[in-house]
Design a protein around this ligand. Structure first.
Ligand code: PEP
Ligand code: MG
Length: 613
């Protein structure tokens, strides 16, 4: 992006007045906000708003005598924020576009219009520095019209103003860049976004549920919430405008909605829905030790996706036949250096031993894209999802990758370990990985350490090129696992974290179904196993369709296994194949949806509602 696209603040058109900062103070009537059902379940509790400096400061009125002090605080904050940006800028040697953006932000921080607006609020309205900054930024960004057809330029300028205000507020409040604080009571965590580190931290915190303004069903915050069995609503656009810390909130992760300031009746209804959901889930769980078979007796293998070692036990408790995907990148987050080989070995060994004799698929780290890891100094990229991510990053840091591979090889001494590589796009990447794996095996043998004799090396099929060339990849990989979350992102060109484009990102888009069919056929012809481990595998309506496309192994968050097992138990292979044949002929997602609804809607209704009704 060139600098000419980034002028200082000069809004084009005045619009409706911006919401006043203080208009939210009074008690509000119940408000229902629609979002995306990120993780099932219903929770009621007090909100804890985190990570949002715009709502976290105290609104103070000041005396005339305090005006100079507040203006001085603003001056210091501006130079602190500028200094922080300059520091980032200096680390971006060579990254021309990013530097230009940062320089534009620096200019914006010195923009006379912004300063005039802030100063006016301190002098005339006697607002404290934080309040003045937030309200000036609100006013300026409110002048940029936002309608559904607002062009990208205006949306970006609005975002720039918000970004600058955010930096200034952080400098004023001393807020860290990230933060779920220790929860002193069970709370519903409400944030603009939650990083994988935040959600992973919730294992230790009594979080009742969570709500984010951004995110989709396949973004990492949703995946973690489902793994932790915490109800979540994501993509709840604008929710931070309604919720303050301490407000009572209902999170309905079945319907995908949040109620702020609920009435007694709404609370009673939510509590009863929560109880019915739990009772229904418990009933399904009773069949956990029975194998998953279709109504005509074909075996389908259901495995679990896990992010944290502790989930291995949870996976077995839900009837998983093994771990189909262990996302090892969670070992790398929230720390300054990558985990050592020894550290990783201990974690992998523990999981493998917990799950043995069932198999465990250890996926090598998938860092980059929406999975940020502080232990890597990743370059700032305009399109991180298309950048140095997953196997690309691994191959660019062979010493870090080798340490992981050696840890995995050593863990194979304790059970059925299979290694899987994410984001393979070309045959030569797979070959390079195999060379490194051979080296890791050689290192382990050289040290006289134990390992399994044969260790399968598989790959994720999540880049369209790999799906299209699946017939060739069967010669390179010992097994396939289809990652529909990324396959959808890359095949349909839709950012998986984008709330506004979520409507386009469907795993049952006819193009995705064709790719799935291609991969299933290639795997069968090449005689290698193939699974689906993207979020679509946990969708009760889509699971029979996947079976009909020829897939016999599905890996999903553990909590979804019982309902998917129940769904598959109600259909025959002939029915699934008929559904798949019709889906492959559909032209649109709506066409596939309507057909699935017609064929399976009534049959699976109780499983989809989450409450058995
Ligand atoms: C996927 O992309 O579908 C997948 C399972 O991997 P992840 O969600 O970790 O990217
Ligand atoms: Mg993926």
């Amino acid at each position: 992006m060139s600098e000419s696209h980034k002028p200082p603040i000069s809004p084009r058109a005045p619009t409706h007045p911006p919401p006043s900062s203080s208009s939210i103070d009074a008690a509000l009537p119940p408000t229902i906000i629609k979002g995306i059902a990120g993780s099932p379940g219903v929770a009621v509790g007090p909100a804890l708003v985190v990570g949002d400096v715009h709502n976290a400061y105290i609104r103070r009125r000041i005396h005339t005598a305090q005006i100079p002090d507040e203006l001085a605080r603003i001056k210091v904050a501006v130079s602190k924020a500028q200094e922080a940006l300059r520091e980032v800028n200096s680390r971006l040697a060579g990254a021309h576009d990013q530097r230009q953006i940062l320089e534009a932000y620096l200019m914006m921080m010195a923009d006379p219009l912004l300063h005039e607006q802030i100063e006016k609020r301190v002098r005339d309205d006697k607002l404290c520095a934080e309040w003045a900054v937030a309200s000036a930024a609100e006013e300026i960004s409110g002048r940029f019209p936002t309608t559904s057809d607002t062009d990208a330029y205006i949306r970006e300028r609005k975002h720039d103003v918000e970004f600058v205000a955010d930096r200034l507020l952080r400098a004023l409040t001393g807020a860290p860049d990230r933060l779920i604080p220790k929860l002193d009571q069970p709370s519903i965590v409400v944030a603009r976004d939650l990083s994988p580190a935040d959600t992973a931290g919730m294992v230790r915190e009594p979080a009742l549920g969570f709500v984010t303004e951004v995110g989709t069903r396949t973004s990492h915050t949703s995946i973690m919430a489902r793994a932790l069995e915490i109800p979540a609503v994501v993509g709840a656009d604008g929710v931070l405008g309604y919720v303050r810390t301490g407000d009572t909130v209902i999170v309905d992760g079945l319907r995908g909605e949040i109620t702020v300031h609920p009435t007694e009746t709404q609370i009673a209804d939510a509590t009863s829905r929560a109880a019915r959901h739990l009772a229904f889930a418990k009933g399904l769980l009773e069949k956990r030790d029975l194998p998953c078979t279709t109504a005509c007796g074909t075996r389908i293998s259901l495995k679990a996706n896990v992010e944290l070692p502790a989930e291995a036990t949870l996976a077995l408790a839900h009837g998983a036949e093994g771990i189909g995907l262990y996302r090892t990148e969670f070992l790398y987050i929230d720390r300054a250096t990558p985990p050592t080989e020894e550290e990783q070995y201990e974690v992998y060994r523990a999981i493998v031993q917990t799950v043995a004799p069932r198999p465990v698929v250890l996926r090598t780290f998938d860092i980059g894209g929406d999975k940020f890891a502080s232990s890597f100094q990743l370059p700032a990229e305009m399109n991180p999802a298309l950048g140095l991510r997953a196997v690309r990053l691994a191959l660019s840091r062979p010493e870090v990758f080798l340490a992981q591979l050696r840890a995995m090889v050593r863990a194979s001494a304790h059970g059925d370990v299979r290694i899987m590589v994410p984001m393979i796009a070309s045959v030569d990447e797979m070959r390079q990985v195999r060379v490194l794996l051979d080296k890791a095996i050689h290192d382990v043998d050289f040290k006289g350490q134990q390992r399994a004799e044969k260790i399968a090396l598989g790959m994720m099929i999540e880049v369209p090129s790999a799906a299209v060339m699946a017939d060739m990849f069967v010669r390179e990989a010992d097994f396939f696992s289809i990652g529909t979350n990324d396959l959808v992102q890359y095949a349909l060109a839709v950012d998986r974290t984008s709330r506004s484009l979520a409507y386009l990102a469907s795993p049952i888009h006819p193009s995705i179904l064709r790719l799935l069919k291609t991969v299933a056929k290639a795997a069968a012809a090449g005689n290698i196993p193939v699974a689906v481990c993207g979020a679509v595998a946990s969708d009760v309506l889509a699971a029979p369709l996947l079976v009909g496309l020829g897939l016999r192994e599905l890996s999903m968050e553990a909590a979804a296994i019982p309902e998917v097992k129940a769904a598959i138990g109600r259909v025959t292979i002939a029915q699934c194949e008929a559904i798949a044949a019709r889906a492959l002929e559909a032209e649109t997602v709506e066409g596939v949806e309507a057909m699935l609804e017609k064929e399976l809607g009534v049959l699976l209704h109780d499983l989809r509602s989450g409450t058995g009704e």
